[in-house]
Design a protein around this ligand. Structure first.
Ligand code: NHX
Ligand code: ZN
Length: 688
């Protein structure tokens, strides 16, 4: 991996650094010490010692030297003076090599006798095994230790942060995946996302054999932006590229460029691209690119995000800097492409945008199948039904459902995960924890049931009402009760669908008014959602009578909401329209409830009795719904698709057989396949 290589280079630098410091200290010590020690020959030493210039002698037996500490008299003796570093002549010790170490004691005794005769103080003697070296060691030991510690720390820092350390701030922290170090994600692990997969597989193809494209005069794109809501598999897709492309893959997060120090982000961008160019052909992946790529402000003095702009500018120039066929392709992921700087999105930089949407019903089936590979599930588990009940879930949500279901099953000591565990998991994720401990009186129960039955009745009886799954009055999360739907996930939403949804939301409150004569606070969340839809209907979709075909929203998010894009009069009309629409739907809900009062009350009573009732219970009371659900239609379409594919595959098979065998055998096969046609949906056997 490249970061280790970098560390080695950095360590080398550090070795030099420490060597120089240690040398400097040694020199300092030497000069400081030698400014006080005068090295003399043995005769001078003998003379000095016997004449009282020295009062203490230290004998270093190993190095065979002796040091004499000068007395006041000795210090005054000009014999020992010498020119020091800066003219210092302050000699404290004299030093000499002893001719024979064995006889030194005799010599000292001799000097002492002489001194005693002259009535001068005797010389004290001490023996030291250690040499000068030991002294130096003791002087430097602690400092060396300190340096060693610092060295250790800096190494720890640099190895821990994948290239951090104070000397390394400008280096990119990219994770490198190559031949030796691969992710084990492949395109097989990416379920759904059929179109995005095709696009991204093409990028891998660009790198594998660029000639195919360049020969025709096409230029290889430089970058692709993966855009989509969180959890939809952008990073997974990039990981799959890393796993499938046989080229190095450098992965980094946008936030890795952000650091306290000025200029570091830009330096890291340059380093990343330098690294990439060395490894070309290769792929750079920048996750969450909006951290650096947000649109640059119009007013350069406002805010202090200069640093981010520098980083972005560096990225812009780097992306333009390399030739289009230099074999570096940039992938980036974000969930807010509208916030990105326009310069980043122009051709030549991130040439193409790949939309990674929330999974459709059929995609969700695939995703479930991928996640269920590792889970012991009951063989009767209806994956299609699971996918139906997870409209609006992202890939990550589905992974969460599978995991949660397995946890619930394990908690109940089940040998395998079954349908109920999955339902529990979905309920938990959407609605929060069940609160069985909340105490509810019979009156409250009835009022909650009235409210929920209102939702159920209205949504059942309106054309676009979402298909009802179940109704419960068991408290969960913040809610005391809820009606659960399998949302349809329409592509095009007619005005009537919005009105029907509002009507359904108001059904709870309407039922309270119609059947109990008074209303409660509990419907606040219903009203909030309903009002939001009404405002969107008027302001975003331009569907209201008085303000048709007008959109007052700002999808770019640039305007901070300081100014309203409409006049005071229009504001009044908007208010009126929203009010009118909600009122109309409320009246409609009340009308429907009065008309179907007995059915509503049946549902309510059943709810009070059972606490949870399901789709089929409501169907028994209100009858089959008139309208075909979109979800059913999708399943029919995808089934037809499968049949068609199966048929084509069969024909293909036959064609191959045609060329392989003679006509007699083929005729037999035709007869066989005729009978196969009678049960559609079963793919033809591969070999016949
Ligand atoms: C309260 N909760 O706050 C009690 C505990 C009208 C029978 N005093 O409309 O439970 O009143 O159809 C997200 C989800 C507020 C946000 C639920 C914010 C619930 C739910 C208030 C049923 N079902 N309301 C409903 C309900 C309440 C609330 C929420 C939220 C009730 C109603 C909560
Ligand atoms: Zn409600």
């Amino acid at each position: 991996m490249a970061p280790i290589k970098k560390n080695k280079r950095q360590l080398k630098n550090l070795y030099w650094f420490y060597a120089i410091i240690i040398l400097a200290l040694c020199a300092l010590y030497y000069f400081q010490d030698s400014s006080q020690v005068k090295t003399v020959d043995w005769t001078t030493f003998e003379q000095g010692a016997s004449s009282g210039d020295v009062d203490k002698i230290v004998v270093f037996s190993e190095s065979g030297t002796a040091e004499g500490f000068l007395t006041k008299q000795g210090e005054r003796n000009p014999k020992y003076e010498f020119q020091g570093l800066n003219g210092v002549t302050d000699t404290k010790k004299i030093k000499a090599t002893i001719p024979s170490t064995d006889k030194i004691q005799d010599k000292i005794d001799q000097w002492n006798n002489q001194l005693a005769a002259e009535k001068k103080p005797e010389i004290q003697v001490s023996y030291e095994k250690g040499s000068d070296f030991m002294k130096i060691f003791w002087a430097f030991g602690p400092i060396l230790l300190l340096f060693g510690f610092m060295f250790f720390l800096s190494r720890r820092m640099s190895s821990g942060g994948g290239g951090g350390g104070i000397f390394n701030v400008g280096k990119s922290k990219a994770l490198v995946f190559d031949k030796n170090n691969k992710t084990n994600v492949t395109f097989k692990d990416v379920a759904g996302l059929a179109e995005a997969k095709v696009e991204i597989e093409e990028i891998v193809e660009f790198l594998k054999n660029p000639q195919k494209y360049t020969e025709l005069g096409a230029k290889i794109p430089r970058g692709a932006l993966l855009v989509g809501p969180p959890g939809t598999g952008k990073t997974l897709l990039a990981k799959a590229v890393a796993g499938e492309a046989n080229v190095p893959f450098l992965s980094m997060s946008g936030s890795d460029f952000v650091e306290m120090f000025v200029g570091v982000g830009a330096a890291r961008v340059r380093d990343l691209f330098k690294q990439a160019k060395e490894k070309a052909p290769c792929i750079i992946f920048i996750d969450e690119i909006d951290a650096v790529g947000r649109a640059r402000g119009k007013n350069p003095n406002m805010g202090s995000n200069d640093e981010r702009e520098n980083t972005l500018n560096a990225m812009l120039t780097e992306m333009d800097g390399f030739q289009s066929n230099s074999g570096v392709i940039c992938l980036a992921a974000t969930n807010r492409a509208d916030m990105l700087d326009k310069a980043l999105l122009r051709p030549g930089r991130f040439d193409r945008q790949i939309y990674v949407d929330l999974p459709e019903l059929t995609d969700r089936i695939e995703i479930f199948n991928v996640h269920l590979r590792n889970i012991k599930v009951n063989s009767k588990l209806d994956v299609e039904q699971l996918a139906r009940q997870t409209q609006g879930f992202s890939g990550a949500d589905i992974a969460n459902v599978c995991n949660e279901a397995a946890l619930i099953a394990a908690r109940n000591n089940k040998p395998e995960v079954d349908w109920d565990d999955f339902m529990g998991a979905i309920d938990r994720i959407v609605g929060g924890l069940e609160k069985k401990s909340r105490i509810i009186t019979d009156d409250e129960k009835k009022s909650i049931a009235t409210h929920e039955a209102g939702h159920a009745t209205i949504s059942w009886l309106t054309q676009y009402g979402n298909p009802l799954l179940k109704v419960t009055i068991v408290p969960r999360g913040r809610a005391l009760g809820a009606a659960w739907y399998a949302p349809e996930g329409r592509q095009i939403v007619p005005t009537q669908a919005l009105l029907d949804e509002m009507c359904g939301l108001l059904g709870g409150r309407a039922a309270e008014e119609v059947f109990m004569g008074e209303v409660g606070t509990g419907a606040s969340n219903d009203l909030e959602r309903c009002t939001k839809i009404a405002r969107a209907l008027v302001l975003v979709y331009g569907m209201s009578e008085k303000l048709p075909n007008l959109n007052y929203s700002d999808s770019t998010g640039q305007d901070m909401g300081f100014t309203k894009p409409y006049s005071e009069e229009t504001a009044k009309i908007i208010d009126e329209e929203v009010k009118r629409i909600i009122n109309e739907q409320y009246e409609r809900a009340k009308d429907i409830l009065r008309k179907y009062a007995s059915q509503h009350n049946q549902i309510r009573d059943l709810l009070v009795e059972r606490e949870v009732i399901f789709h089929d219970d409501v169907e028994q009371i209100l009858g089959k719904r008139q309208w075909k659900s979109r979800t059913d239609e999708i399943m029919e379409i995808s089934k037809k698709d499968e049949e068609k594919k199966a048929l084509e595959a069969k024909e293909n098979d036959e064609n191959q057989l045609d060329s392989l065998f003679n006509k007699k055998i083929t005729k037999k096969n035709e007869k066989k396949s005729d009978s196969d046609d009678s049960d559609p949906g079963i793919p033809p056997p591969f070999t016949k």
